[in-house]
Design a binder for this molecule. Structure first.
Ligand SMILES: NC(=O)c1ccc[n+]([C@@H]2O[C@H](COP(=O)([O-])OP(=O)(O)OC[C@H]3O[C@@H](n4cnc5c(N)ncnc54)[C@H](O)[C@@H]3O)[C@@H](O)[C@H]2O)c1
Length: 405
């Protein structure tokens, strides 16, 4: 059966009460023939999210995984089995997972400090690649990845998918396409959340493995800063500390050294100023964006606090000067998609990845954009250590990268 542009809801195919409809009778619920097969390298919490969105989306499948931790592989096996009876391939080596001719794309979700080495093996395959954020823990590795990508003939996308959260999709549209706010002058992002979760070998408690909190987690927000500013960061001033979390945490005889709160100010070449406020000892998961332009102000937020009396939905308001309309909206995706994690952003990142494989233009994060998100994060970590403003040009030169600004 051929499906053109009819309204189709692939998600219905996964609703148990429709399981009785034989495959040959599926039309609206038929995702079409299988497009691509992917292998996932590293199947902890994030790798599993990629498995879930791939299977939910339905046009592609997860062929296999490589992960040295048996319980991660077991979790991946269990997850795939919820969608299909086809067994999950578990590879013995990274090279075997990368080079299986049955597979079209590789999704790399290993800890941050392993990204460069894993990617070096992955590019030998010539397959499409989705590399998780932050692309690296330091500037030299991030730059090397960017340069590798420039000579790579297949898609190499970076997992900075927050730009596909509903509030940011709409904010980007208002600010950059619709230009509702006039010229943007200031950007504020706030993230208040719980501490970092447990990880396999607890790599995220140590800056040398994660790049530090402002690289590991906050590269998402610095990617958004860079997008909204549409300019290069000139300098970064940050103040932060490890005030509450993991102060007594030790692993393998080493003490945790990650920030749990910070204020970061970024000045851009075009005069736009951005500031970021992080607190990771809040009993909630909450993000807020405020953009101020010369013709209006946008405020958006999303999150949950786990308290029954006060659930927060996604919210976005645009308040304009009187000659324009103002509005309040509640941006969202279907519940089944939002529930896959990150308010559905990973699902939409996959759609963009598939489109890019099909040769279509994409809005997904490029290795160059991934690099600049790491630049702001590394500069912020450095500024906290030094207690002074860090000039991006000097930081790049000190890392042997010349003036890229
Ligand atoms: N885009 C996002 O919003 C988002 C969210 C969470 C995590 N991440 C990123 O995903 C990556 C993984 O994070 P996580 O939270 O899933 O961590 P995790 O510790 O839960 O999982 C990592 C997995 O990788 C495996 N692993 C370690 N070294 C490996 C190697 N060399 N080859 C293959 N597998 C290996 C571990 O055994 C583990 O199962 C990190 O880069 C993290 O920053 C991104």
């Amino acid at each position: 059966m051929k499906r053109n542009k009819e309204f189709a809801n692939r998600l219905h195919a996964l609703v148990p009460k429709f399981a009785y409809v034989p495959q040959e009778d599926r039309f609206l619920m038929n995702p079409g023939s299988l497009k691509y097969r992917f292998n996932v390298i590293g199947v902890g919490v994030n790798g599993q999210e990629h498995i879930q969105v791939t299977m939910l989306e339905g046009r592609c499948t997860i062929h296999g995984v490589y992960d040295p931790n048996p319980s991660s592989v077991e979790a991946a096996r269990h997850l795939k089995a919820q969608f299909t009876s086809e067994p999950l391939m578990a590879y013995e080596t990274l090279e075997a997972a990368c080079n299986d001719p049955a597979v079209d794309g590789l999704i790399i979700c290993t800890p941050n400090f392993t990204h460069l080495d894993v990617l070096k093996a992955a590019v030998q395959s010539g397959k499409h690649i989705l590399l998780e954020k932050p692309m690296a823990t330091n500037l030299r590795d991030a730059y090397e990845i960017w340069q590798m990508a420039q000579n790579y003939s297949r898609v190499l996308q970076i997992g900075l998918q927050y730009r596909y959260k509903p509030i940011y999709v709409e904010a980007i549209h208002e600010a950059r396409e619709r230009k509702s706010l006039g010229e943007i002058k200031t950007i504020t992002i706030l993230e208040h959340r719980e501490p970092f979760l447990d990880k396999v070998k607890q790599w995220n408690k140590f800056s040398k493995y994660s790049g530090g909190t402002l690289v590991e987690k906050c590269c998402h927000y610095f990617d958004l800063f860079n997008l909204f500013a549409g300019s290069r960061p000139l300098n970064v001033y940050a103040s932060g500390s490890q005030a509450v979390n993991f102060k007594s945490f030790e692993y393998g005889g080493e003490k945790s050294d990650i920030l749990d709160n910070a204020f970061v100010i970024v000045e851009y070449a075009n005069g736009i100023r951005a500031n970021f406020n992080l607190c990771m000892f809040s009993p909630m998961v909450y993000e807020e964006l405020v953009l101020c332009g010369d013709e209006g102000r946008l405020k958006a937020s999303e999150g949950f606090n786990g308290q029954a009396h006060s659930q927060w939905g996604s919210y976005l308001e645009v308040i304009c000067t009187p000659e324009k309309t103002s509005r309040v909206t509640t941006p969202s995706y279907p519940e089944a998609i939002e529930n896959t994690g990150h308010n559905g952003a990973t699902y939409y990142e996959h759609l963009r990845w598939i489109e890019a494989m099909d040769g279509q233009p994409t809005t997904a994060a490029t290795p160059e954009e991934g690099f600049w998100s790491v630049v702001v994060g590394v500069a912020a970590e450095e500024s906290v250590k030094r207690g002074e403003k860090v000039l991006v040009r000097e930081l790049l030169e000190a890392n042997g990268l010349g003036d890229l600004t």
